[in-house]
Design a protein around this ligand. Structure first.
Ligand code: ADP
Length: 243
């Protein structure tokens, strides 16, 4: 009702504001990152190299936060094209191999063929990357990170599971709140952004978590039903659930 409408409006203007600031900050960070790169070519001594590494890491982290804010402000653009989930999962696996620390064991559990779904592969990649980053952060001492994909009666079920710290009830109840974070350098935008994208794809984030044991976040992408041979469908996406 009225309260909900005002809340939604506030969040919308917050998103616009954050998007505007993020855009300006990007223009601040770009010359810093470029200058670091140029200074590296001047054969700096060990001390200067160390300072450049610090500068580079900080600027990269800032750029990462900006990307999160921009993608939250953008939401889902609603592009709906056939998505090759097998190729997408291969990209996700490569991303994991390049970025996860060695103490985290990666398990990718996916069949070689999956039913056709429609959506935006860039947005879906981003959702998985967000969930994987959270799984990684939940396991600072290492553990097992499982990415699972399986055909489901309704489409394709994707899941990211970790053996990390889990969440207490209070935390679990707040994770979809924009800017809610328990991390020192978190933005609190990863899950709200992911939830918006998944909802726009006709799915819903499902959370299962046990404090001290781990967390699973899953969602179902509705399949292209009623078409023979599992060919990519061009029908309109299912309406988001709930309301
Ligand atoms: P951020 O990662 O920037 O904090 P998110 O929206 O992605 O923002 O997550 C919000 C909060 O939800 C996190 O700060 C953390 O407390 C909790 N959380 C999310 N995923 C997990 C997970 N896999 N294990 C434990 N806690 C999690």
């Amino acid at each position: 009702q009225e309260e909900q409408r005002i809340r939604t409006q506030r969040l919308e203007s917050l998103g616009t504001l954050a998007g505007g600031i993020a855009h300006d900050l990007n223009n601040v960070l770009t010359p810093i990152l470029m200058s670091v790169q140029l200074l590296r070519q001047d054969e700096p001594d060990a001390r200067k190299r160390e300072l450049l590494d610090t500068l580079d890491a900080a600027a990269q982290r800032g750029a990462g936060m900006i990307r999160q804010v921009l993608s939250f402000a953008r939401g889902s653009e609603g592009r709906r094209e056939p998505v090759d989930l097998v190729a997408l999962l291969r990209e996700v696996e490569r991303f994991c191999r390049e970025t996860l620390p060695p103490a985290i064991e990666l398990v990718v559990d996916a069949p070689t063929e999956l039913p056709a779904v429609t959506g935006d592969d860039t947005e879906l990649f981003q959702v998985l990357v967000n969930l994987i980053a959270n799984a990684r952060d939940a396991m600072p001492q290492g553990g097992v990170l499982t990415v699972r994909a399986a055909a489901d009666a309704d489409g394709v079920r994707l899941e990211v599971r970790d053996s990390g710290c889990g969440m207490d009830e209070r935390t679990a109840g707040r994770i979809l709140e924009p800017f809610f974070t328990t991390k020192e350098t978190g933005t609190g935008l990863g899950l709200p952004t992911s939830a918006a994208i998944v909802t726009a794809h006709g799915g819903e984030l499902e959370l299962t978590t046990t404090p001290g044991a781990g967390t699973s976040v899953a969602f179902v992408l509705p399949g292209a039903r009623g078409e023979g041979g599992g060919r990519p469908s061009t029908h309109a996406p299912a309406a988001p659930r709930g309301g």
